[in-house]
Ligand binder design. Structure first.
Ligand SMILES: Cc1cc2nc3c(=O)[nH]c(=O)nc-3n(C[C@H](O)[C@H](O)[C@H](O)COP(=O)(O)OP(=O)(O)OC[C@H]3O[C@@H](n4cnc5c(N)ncnc54)[C@H](O)[C@@H]3O)c2cc1C
Length: 458
């Protein structure tokens, strides 16, 4: 076995791993980055980027369909999935080349192959072993299923859904979380009949209840069907489709079943527990400085319990690199991480929900305000409905920003600055927002919460 020594060895080249590699190299460390598939991981190849490309094609389809409303007479023909996929792959390829070039231009040795932890700070790849003064575990996640629900044939996950070369006529989506509603939205825009099945009482159950309700209204209007608060009991596959049954006895037929019930940590068989890493149900446990129970071994991204988001992984990777380099970075506040769901209409939020804020500060010590996009000029031009909900601590800062409406994902940057910099509504109210933008709605909402509503009817 050939032995190789580096300052930092990283297992997994996704968002968490490659961010740790780039920042470590920047800080003068020698780095080995072990990746069995492609640099960029889930986000670039099977997650964020390809789904958002499909969502953009979906938006174009909707615009063409509705163009007569804006006085543009065009004819919607059909969805050409070969071209849609080529457009998507073109974006992924370009970003992949850029990332590969960037990593190769640094003091980073990319090791192609499947790694396994074989010592406190050592990973083996085939006949070679890589030992770091520090080790970073960043092996990511996989699409989970339910016990007894086998993936295969017409029962697919997001990975398969992204590779499809045709538009299905009818799909059942199991799971009304982020991935489920994004695919439901894409397919509906492409002309598919979609039914979402969700066990909890609402779609996007991790969002503010008012946001869930607004999404349900918007989806109903778009002809996306959903059943919430129901329990899946099984699926039968036949030559032309699937029959999905619920515990209530209800049955639904479709061409495909997309299983979108969440993602599990990819840690099985990788030697973590055997080498002293404390685990919980497959997740790697860390302290708030992202160090595992093995001193000098850290973990980043989806294998660490918490929000499974690419930008969280990036930030954790950067944090770990700086921690290893002795820069003592400020810990990441999980509550300050923005979340965006890119269905139509979009959902974006950061900070506490009203319920969490009431729990933390006492219901009598918080105030909320909901600004309806009906009062926002740009939203009317775009033809979107929705609102911005703010939660503040009385005589204190804004602790939650929650939005729904077309393109609100682009507004979350200001939302996260407000929450993370602990701005008071009065501070934001005195800042000027450009007119006419959707962004103005944030300004208006803060004006209202500061007691001086302008374009608000309530
Ligand atoms: C359909 C979908 C849409 C998504 N959309 C968004 C979005 O819009 N925004 C967002 O923020 N997040 C989104 N996500 C989540 C995001 O992709 C993940 O949070 C992010 O990729 C996690 O990064 P990671 O580094 O932890 O893991 P990954 O990106 O999964 O990377 C782990 C890497 O480790 C490699 N690896 C694993 N085991 C080994 C081994 N033994 N040896 C060598 N290499 C190994 C894998 O090949 C992989 O490249 C989406 C996910 C999915 C599935």
């Amino acid at each position: 076995m050939a032995e190789h020594n580096f300052d930092v060895v990283i297992l997994g080249g996704g968002s968490g791993g490659y961010a740790a590699a780039l920042r470590s190299a920047q800080l003068g460390k020698s780095v080995a980055l072990i990746e069995k598939d492609k640099l960029g991981g889930t986000c670039l190849h099977r997650g964020c980027i390809p789904t958002k490309a499909l969502l953009h094609s979906a938006e174009v389809a909707d615009v063409v369909r509705d163009s007569a409303h804006f006085g543009i007479n065009s004819q919607f023909g059909s969805i050409d999935m070969t071209t849609v996929n080529a457009y998507r792959d073109g974006i992924v390829d370009k970003l992949f080349k850029g990332l590969t070039g960037l990593v190769n231009s640094k003091n980073i040795t990319v090791v192609a192959g499947e790694g396994r932890m074989v010592g406190p700070k050592t990973v083996s790849v085939g006949a070679d072993s890589y030992t770091g003064k520090n080790l970073v575990l960043a092996s990511g996640s996989y699409s989970r299923s339910l016990p007894g629900l086998e993936i295969g044939g017409r029962v697919i996950t997001s990975e398969h859904a992204l590779q499809m070369t045709f538009v299905p006529n009818k799909v059942i989506v199991l799971g009304g979380g982020v991935i489920g509603v994004e695919f439901a939205s894409i397919w509906r825009s492409f002309g598919t009949e979609v039914t979402i099945i969700e066990g909890l009482p609402n779609l996007v159950p991790n969002e503010e209840p008012a946001i869930s309700k607004a999404l349900e209204r918007a989806f109903r209007k778009r002809g996306i069907e959903f059943k919430t608060g129901v329990r899946f009991s099984g699926v039968e596959q036949h030559e032309n489709g699937v029959v999905v049954s619920l515990e209530s006895g209800e049955r639904f037929e479709a061409e495909l079943l997309l299983v979108a019930v969440g993602r599990g940590p990819n840690t099985d068989g990788l030697g973590y527990a055997e080498n002293g890493v404390s685990m919980d149900r497959g997740y790697v446990l860390t302290n708030e400085r992202l160090e595992t129970s093995v001193p000098g071994t850290y973990a980043a991204g989806d294998i660490v319990p918490g929000l499974q988001l690419a930008h969280r992984g990036f930030q954790q990777g950067i944090f770990i690199a700086e921690e290893i380099a002795g820069l003592k970075p400020v810990t990441i506040d999980e509550n300050g991480i923005p979340k965006v769901t890119y269905c139509e209409p979009e959902i974006a939020s950061v900070g506490l929900s009203e319920a969490k804020a009431a729990e933390k500060f006492g219901a009598e010590n918080i105030s909320t305000y909901e600004y309806n996009l009906g009062g926002n000029g740009k939203s009317q031009i775009l033809g979107t409905a929705g609102f911005i909900k703010l939660i503040r601590q009385n005589n204190g800062p804004v602790v939650g920003v929650h939005m729904i409406g077309s393109r609100v994902g682009e507004q979350i940057g200001e939302g996260q600055l407000i929450v993370n910099w602990e701005a008071y509504p009065e501070d934001v109210a005195s800042l000027v927002h450009a007119h006419p933008t959707m962004n103005e709605a944030i300004g208006e909402a803060h004006l209202a919460l500061a007691g001086k509503p302008l374009h608000a009817h309530a």
